[in-house]
Design a protein around this ligand. Structure first.
Ligand code: NAI
Ligand code: HPV
Length: 524
């Protein structure tokens, strides 16, 4: 008998195939209610309420798979799941429409003061002049984060006669053209939008993307919406601009702390709120429950799953052989992604030497997952990297070459982006480890780990000394340093490694020097 625990409320229609399976025992109870039987369960199904922690994995010793009936997996400790050998799956597109519709409903409500007016009429007031609204028609809607939900909102906004401004650094020209929107810079969006809505994942780059400083750049009287994740709009910054009257109103479905406790935002008349209801429709709940149910059934049946977000199931023998290249490829993808912060159309990987005899498709996916990992909400891995690349309009290819560049094995990745290409070469030396041996046309040799600084500069006396002095003046210790050049006095590169991350002011200071062409900080 297989035991499945469903610990958050879920559509029973969606769960039906699991409930019908004779060999599966489904228990619909909260984790706390089955504390003494946790070791029995093979599968766990959750929404956002259950916190799937390391401690829970330790108690659920028989657990093989966690299914998240929704998109965000921030309530699941993915690293712990992977460590415990538990596959985590989600339902990435089951609630897209519902969340887009909820955002739209919030936008209309905000501009027409519907929640506030509703309260007064029910309190026997009839004050029409207090609730004069604003039309959506011909207003500019700024969408920050143009993935599944952002794209659906744009379609609806167009029908309402709105102008659409999009900011998404990873949106390719092709996809933008297909949907009929044009990408702009964040500043262009901030200064031109009448209404701004955020639909990015909550990651380092997007936490507080709207804050005291960025909101100050918006039009006076701007409306702001967050139906993605609490923290993408910095709550303190929003409060500041509500108090000074710069922001005309805000609609929030999500909060930095949920449920909100003593949150000042709830005190503003021009802030309307819902309790994280984006995905709460019958349809979305049926979709997400049915999707994870099917995936769990496939998985328990030994069939492949399509929306796994952590490690795939690999035989140990195969994994042992490709493990060194897996780690190298992942880091190479990550380095390229951090050096190419522009939309990318193509990733081409080439294998040379002994690595070409292994399961290269898996290594290609590892490289892609390293590349995409910094750009999307869900944890990208070898299982879903190809699918996500395709969704983002990024094509990828792999080629085995008979070239002999002198290395026992060599991986080369070429990335083609908007007006910019990048080439990185890496090798794995047994008993010595991973090495990056080439960047664009330059030969170099460094260990890809920790905090790195990649500097393109002119090969002139004093440049290296100046870099050393700036870092020294800031008490930054250089752990290792490699330089490469093509010809005397021409273009050159430096790769420096540090024991701690560098702050942005330091990289900007270095980038300002005449003979320094670019400075990119890389964290692995
Ligand atoms: N309120 C609710 O109940 C729900 C909230 N969500 C949240 O909505 C968010 C978006 O979901 P999807 O559209 O399905 O995800 P998605 O992954 O399809 O789209 C996210 C987009 O954000 C972009 N992005 C990444 N970093 C960025 C940056 N620094 N600046 C601007 N754009 C950036 C990505 O390129 C991508 O296009 C997720 O965080 C999800 O958790 C999702 C469903 C329901
Ligand atoms: O899918 C998501 O990311 C959501 O935020 C929806 O969360 P929920 O399942 O409604 O608790």
């Amino acid at each position: 008998m297989i035991h499945v625990l469903v610990s958050d409320s879920m559509s029973s229609e969606g769960l039906q195939p699991l409930l019908d399976a004779a060999h599966i025992n489904v228990v619909q109870k909260k984790v706390e209610e089955v504390d003494h039987e946790l070791h029995l369960f093979d599968a766990l199904l959750v929404r956002s309420a259950t916190k799937v922690t390391e401690e829970l994995f330790e108690k659920m010793t028989n657990l093989k798979i966690v299914g998240r009936a929704g998109v965000g997996v921030d309530n699941i400790d993915i690293e712990a799941a992977t460590k415990h050998g538990v596959v985590v799956i989600n339902a990435p597109n089951g609630n897209t429409i519902s969340t887009a519709e909820h955002t739209f409903a919030m936008m209309a409500s905000l501009l027409r003061h519907i929640p506030q007016a509703n309260v007064t009429v029910k309190s026997n007031e009839w004050n029409r002049s207090a609730f004069v609204g604003t039309e959506l028609y011909s207003k500019s809607l700024g969408i920050i984060g143009f993935g599944r939900i952002g794209g659906e909102i744009a379609k609806r906004a167009r029908v309402f006669g709105m102008n659409i401004l999009v900011f998404d650094p990873f949106l390719t020209k092709d996809r933008a053209e297909k949907i009929g929107v044009s990408n702009c810079t964040l500043d262009e969006l901030l200064t031109n939008a009448d209404i701004i809505t955020v639909h990015t994942p909550l990651i380092k780059e997007t936490r507080g993307i709207l804050n005291k400083e960025t909101i100050a750049k918006t039009k006076k009287g701007v409306y702001l919406l967050n139906c993605a994740r609490g923290g993408i709009i910095d709550e303190a910054g929003l409060i500041h601009h509500l108090e000074n009257g710069h922001v005309a109103g805000a609609a929030l479905d999500v909060f930095e702390v949920e449920p909100p406790v003593n949150n000042k935002l709830l005190k503003f008349d021009n802030v309307i709120v819902t309790p994280h209801l984006g995905a709460s429709t019958k349809e979305a709940q049926l979709n997400v429950a049915a999707q994870v149910t099917q995936e769990i059934l496939n998985f328990l049946d030994g069939k492949p799953v399509t929306s796994s977000i952590n490690l795939p199931t690999l035989t140990k023998e195969l994994f042992d052989k490709i493990q060194p290249f897996y780690h190298l490829a992942k880091k190479m993808g990550n380095i390229v992604s951090q050096c190419m912060k522009v939309p990318v159309q193509e990733v081409a990987i080439q294998y040379e030497g002994s690595v070409a005899e292994l399961e290269t498709s898996f290594i290609t996916k590892a490289l892609l997952s390293g590349f995409l990992g910094a750009r999307v909400d869900i944890t990208v891995n070898e299982v879903n990297a190809g699918m996500i690349a395709k969704e983002r309009g990024i094509s990828f290819s792999e080629k085995i070459t008979s070239n002999n560049s002198g290395y026992e094995n060599l991986l080369e990745v070429k990335v083609f982006g908007d007006n910019q290409n990048f080439v990185l070469r890496g090798t794995h030396v047994p008993h010595y480890g991973e090495r990056i041996v080439g960047i664009n046309d330059f030969n170099i040799d460094f260990y890809p780990t920790g905090h790195l600084l990649y500097i393109q500069h002119q090969d002139k006396p004093g440049v290296i000394g100046r870099v050393g002095k700036v870092l020294g003046d800031h008490e930054v210790n250089i752990a290792t340093m490699q330089v490469g050049r093509k010809e005397k006095g021409g273009e050159a590169i430096m790769m420096l490694a540090f024991d701690r991350p560098l702050d942005d002011t330091l990289t900007s200071q270095l980038a300002a020097y005449d003979d320094i062409v670019s400075v990119k900080s890389i964290d692995l």
